[in-house]
Design a protein. Structure first.
Length: 124
């Protein structure tokens, strides 16, 4: 079964178009590759640009942490990159789950499903 996610994740006030998550976090799904707006969002607090792509248990994750409008840290691409970025945002895993599952990031299998959950966005 496939899993794919491209998003910004932050903690604090939920921006327009984002989904509220546990522990005061939010997720802003992105339609295509690239950390769209990560620099701007990180002016108000740290933001992680995350990507994941898996099929049949094979794949990878990547994450970059932005703070104060610039890249603070790029996490090693691999199976734990998103959890490491979530820890840097202050997200704590609630045993027996990891931070990824604590936030419910597996709720939807594709970025487009997160976008549908948000609903239509205004054109302006």
């Amino acid at each position: 079964m496939a899993y794919e996610l491209t998003a910004l994740i932050g903690v604090g006030s939920v921006p327009t178009g984002a989904v509220a998550l546990p522990q005061g976090a939010w997720l802003l799904p992105l339609c295509d590759d690239g950390p769209h707006g990560a620099e701007a969002f990180s002016l108000d607090g740290a933001v992680a640009y995350v990507t994941a792509a898996f099929f049949g248990g094979v794949g990878e994750q990547a994450a970059t942490l932005y703070r104060h409008g610039r890249v603070e840290r790029e996490f090693a691409t691999g199976y734990h990159a998103i959890n490491e970025a979530l820890a840097a945002l202050g997200i704590t895993a609630e045993s027996p789950r990891d931070a990824f599952d604590t936030l419910g990031l597996g709720r939807y299998r594709h970025t487009e499903d997160w976008l549908r959950a948000i609903g239509p966005r205004p054109l302006i």
